[in-house]
Design a protein around this ligand. Sequence first.
Ligand SMILES: Cc1ncc(COP(=O)(O)O)c(C=O)c1O
Length: 349
Amino acid sequence: MTDNKLSRDSNAKVVYNKCNQRVHHLHILNNIKLVTNHGAGASRLIYANPCKQVSHLRYAREAGVSLITFDHESELDKIKDWYPDARLVLRIRYDDEEALHVLGQKYGVAPQHARSLLIRAAKLGLNVVGVAFHVGSGCEKPQIFGDAIAAARQVFDEAAEEGFSPYVLDIGGGFPATNNALMVEMAYSINDAINKYFPNNDVQIIAEPGRYLVSTAFTLATTILSREEETGGGENGEQSRIVYCTNDSVHVSFTMSLIVGKFSTPIALMGGSERMMLSDVRGQTLSNEDILASGVNLPLLHPGDWLVWHNMGAYTLCMASSFNSFLRPEVFVVSSFDACVENFALGKY
Ligand SMILES: Cc1ncc(COP(=O)(O)O)c(C=O)c1O
């Protein structure tokens, strides 16, 4: 994080399953093992899925991951049965409706309904220690964080009225991958709201950045399999365009573009004509919706040429299927020369 703009506190960590590390997109149990094997204490992890399988809940308990989220009544009943001594974080809904991927339809209780869950938790003898929210992935509205923190403050107060002593504020994810100026604005909005609504330094503040941390770490290269020209000038007056087929798919690395309805923009690695041509890029599966890029400018390329897709580290390989039996792209680790020399000196090769 540049300039320490979000530096007030960061005590717990999220188990990431957003990124492409080959071992990372496993099961929750493996996620917990993976992170604790890397030295993170289980007591510093949060299990942030509000709807948990019983076996996972039991494993979290065995592993000592005690901070877990909930947002509905039946989850409380399950937690009462399987993990009554867990430290519970109530996820509220506070959506940026224009985020790339709004998450609130599925998770988060509306703040005005939070109290009934708090009453139920108190009745069951459970321990509510905090409030969480996620404004939506790919958020572009800094102020939404401030507003969500204000809503969380209210739920903190209600929790206190129901006999709890909340001390965890989890501000979720949603931070941008590549827009630093936006990130700085978000940091100001967050810090201003924390200073206003939680002025006493008596809360632990957690963030769960996914995309922000991993998106830029991966670059995808695909090769062109075929090229055809679609001539325009039909009834709708479409322009002619070059249509490429490449060896990836919306069912492999580009699943997220299918979900959010947005295309990506590739660049040509090298070669091709000097003149840029209006182009579409399609994936290689048999499905009709397998379109990776539409209306982009590319030089005229040939089968065998390469396309490069930047910022492919988040929500890509971890969502890939084997539809039509195509393989996932292989991952190559590229390191700086200095890091190589250092690792060599440490005997890591
Ligand atoms: C609970 C939770 N935390 C964090 C994240 C990461 O979100 P982002 O990649 O937008 O930062 C997600 C994404 O789905 C999530 O569901």
